[in-house]
Ligand binder design. Structure first.
Ligand SMILES: [Zn+2]
Length: 140
């Protein structure tokens, strides 16, 4: 067996490439483990992002969509926004179709058994949200 003092670099290229790729994957895994991604939510009140612990999910009436939509609000904005939702509901108490939209919203979050005819029941859910007796889950 002869010793080749000047081996052809192309012979080792696949091994070198495999080592580089393995190193990059290992580094990416280490970085991912060291810094887990934290989900942030954009507050539609102040347009700043906040971690889940400082975010409230509440219904908000969109006149554009003519429906209740999911909104994320920060600690500073959520009560004012909940006031607006409550005001909107009170303003539309004669409109059962409007209340049905809020019932549908709550059903999307697993709150069952509500009736569009029961305005007080809907207002009670909003009070539960305000008092933090009930919390609508943030999406994963
Ligand atoms: Zn905010």
């Amino acid at each position: 067996m002869e010793f080749d003092p000047f081996p052809d670099p192309l012979t080792y290229l696949p091994w070198l490439a495999a080592m580089v790729v393995t190193g990059l994957i290992a580094r990416a895994v280490r970085r991912g483990a060291a810094r887990p991604r934290r989900r942030a939510y954009l507050c539609s009140g102040c347009l700043q992002s906040f971690p889940a612990a400082s975010t409230h999910l509440i219904p908000s009436f969109s006149t554009q969509l003519d429906n209740y939509v999911t909104t994320f609000r920060c600690e500073n904005c959520w009560l004012r926004s909940l006031d607006e939702t409550q005001y909107q509901l009170r303003a539309e108490t004669a409109d059962e179709a409007h209340r049905r939209k809020l019932v549908a919203f709550f059903e999307r979050y697993g709150i069952r058994g509500l009736s569009a005819e029961n305005v007080l029941g809907l207002l009670a859910i909003l009070d539960d949200l305000r008092a933090r007796r009930r919390v609508l889950p943030l999406p994963d």
